[in-house]
Design a protein around this ligand. Structure first.
Ligand code: S3P
Length: 171
């Protein structure tokens, strides 16, 4: 496909395990633009990991910091911005994203998401004893909101990150 020139940052949204960070890096490479990840930037700015921020400051403080970091990153005109799964769900953060970027929802079903996150710690929302049920509940609550994204692409088992990135360019 022909590689388009971007007028606005592409902002990847979707649940944990959708592949926002890994696909985002591929996508940025494909387009020849920069890549940033809001979770990584929050950790850098706070000098704490995401689980530490949730434990020490609580989720509301995390959401507030997340919104400010995303607003700042958007003004710095990244080519591709991967966000944490809850960012687009926060109305004020969603407003920032809608004002300055083109949102792309990487949609995936519960089995695929769970397969990707089950052995990866560091996601404080996925609490014991039944993290898969928590993820399923988040999916039900959040999908109608992710559906407001400008572009929707589907992630399926066996589809490579490279293919996903090309799918986003096509879309
Ligand atoms: C969250 C997703 C995480 C991280 C935090 C909260 C969420 O990011 O921002 O743990 O609310 O879904 P990933 O989607 O990159 O895992």
């Amino acid at each position: 496909a022909k590689i388009p020139r971007l007028r606005r940052p592409l902002v990847l949204v979707g649940l944990m395990g959708a592949g926002k960070t890994s696909v985002g890096k591929r996508l940025a490479h494909l387009l020849g633009v920069g890549f940033v990840d809001s979770d990584a930037e929050i950790e850098r700015a706070a000098g704490m990991t995401i689980p530490e921020i949730f434990a020490k400051l609580g989720e509301p403080a995390f959401r507030d910091g997340e919104r400010r970091v995303i607003a700042r990153l958007l003004t710095e005109q990244p080519g591709v911005l991967a966000t944490g799964g809850g960012a687009f769900i926060e109305p004020r953060t969603r407003t920032e994203i809608a004002a300055h970027g083109t949102s792309v929802w990487i949609r995936a079903d519960l089995e695929l998401l769970w397969d990707r996150v089950r052995d990866r710690p560091g996601r404080p929302l996925l609490r014991a004893p039944d993290p898969k049920t928590v993820l399923g509940d988040l999916l039900e609550r959040r999908y109608p909101i992710y559906a407001e994204a400008d572009v929707v692409v589907d992630s399926r088992p066996g589809v490579s990150q490279e293919w996903m990135a090309r799918d986003i360019v096509r879309a």
